[in-house]
Design a protein around this ligand. Sequence first.
Ligand code: SF4
Ligand code: SF4
Length: 468
Amino acid sequence: MKKLNILLQRWYFPVSLKYVSLIAYIVLIVTGLMAYSTDAAFLKQLRNTNLGNLIVWSYWWPAIVIGAIFFGRVWCMVCPVELITTFFSKIGLKRKRPSLLISGWAITVFYIIILFIGIQGFAIHRNPFFMAIYLLSIVGVSIIIGSIYEKNTFCRYVCPVGYLLGLYSRLSFFGWRVKDKSICDTCKDKSCIHKKYQYNLNYKSCGVDLYPANISDNADCILCAGCLKTCSKYQSNPNSERPNPRFQNIGFANDLFQLKPLRMAEMVFVLIVSGFVISEIWSEWNVTDAYLSFLPDLIIKPLAIESKFLSGILKGTIIFAVLPFIVWLLPYLFTRLAGLTIKFKDYLLNYGIAFIPIIAAAHIGKSILKSTSRIPYFEHLSDDFTGIATAQQIIDGQITLQQNPVWINTLVSLLLVGFMIIGIWLSIKVVNRLNLRSGIERSSKSYYLIPIIYGGIFLIMLMVWRWF
Ligand code: SF4
Ligand code: SF4
């Protein structure tokens, strides 16, 4: 860790990595744009043979999710979009942010748009062309937000990817903190938050409204190391103990066990993600995939909606919002039946955090499934980056994909179940601590229905699917 913090003081780190990822980002977008198709059968192969789509959804996305769960928002450290939005905020209008942005609702709405219109409407996770359009849209929004608002508004108040990673980083072993708060207390420079350095591109004060000495969780820090660099470079009275901010070990799930309640916008975000991961895991097995469609079909079929786009959005609403709402509601109803009179809003905001470790475990599971199941496609990538010819050859039977060895499948099964058990165990611990904190005893046992019901949705499915 010491070496990493020394490296973070250098001018070229992590900014050089952002340029590398910017080049990779452009290449992935271009390969996606070169593979336009709307043929559902063809897309089934193309999504795995196209370089852009394969890397983005089967390797990049799983890597940043797993990275956040274990190390915090490390993706943000190398994210090219941060570079772009920072540049535009330097030359832009620098307007104050409206309260809608600061409240967190903008992120939740942006996420809902991506999920309902992007995923359900345009299948951005399965169609390389629309995946590229999605990546371009993220860049476009970051440019617009950067050009209008002050500092780094996009990364803190608009980007749903960073927000999701911030949620998962509640489980992380590592975080950005200061070594010694007393150094900051007596520091006259405050270069880490000084206006003068706000629009520097590298040695910059914090653009996401954090004061390093007050950081107590991983949610908002984008690990840009700007405060570390300014703290080190701009010292009126040289102090060998500076730079004070650093990346350090904070202990497993440190943020989660702080039991900080969710804000309303954050709770809605978590609720929707909790539905999203059910669909991600259940759609992996055809038996549960059929169950997943049962409730939406029940409602959509009688309506006879012809538009695929509209029925996709309606299906998304049921799976990502209605279904998880029922799951969240049940423990509360049982608690009320047991005689407790907690307000529904208080339950959602406080006990909502008990869903996070199970959501994270499901997301790790999906990541493992995706990245391992796509290994056989790699050997065909070097000949055909767009994947069009390869997809056709697979459909025509000219290419037969290798199967993964049995030991990989066994390992995947063990990991899926193992991570889910850890997620449920963490959720039980969270409920236990929340109950202790609020001093409620026996009747509060109903809150354990959160890990039991929500964890059970995944654990039972995974065990039956993978082991029986
Ligand atoms: S982080 Fe550095 S610059 Fe900021 S207050 Fe602390 S010692 Fe001063
Ligand atoms: S606290 Fe430091 S590392 Fe974190 S976002 Fe602000 S400047 Fe970057």
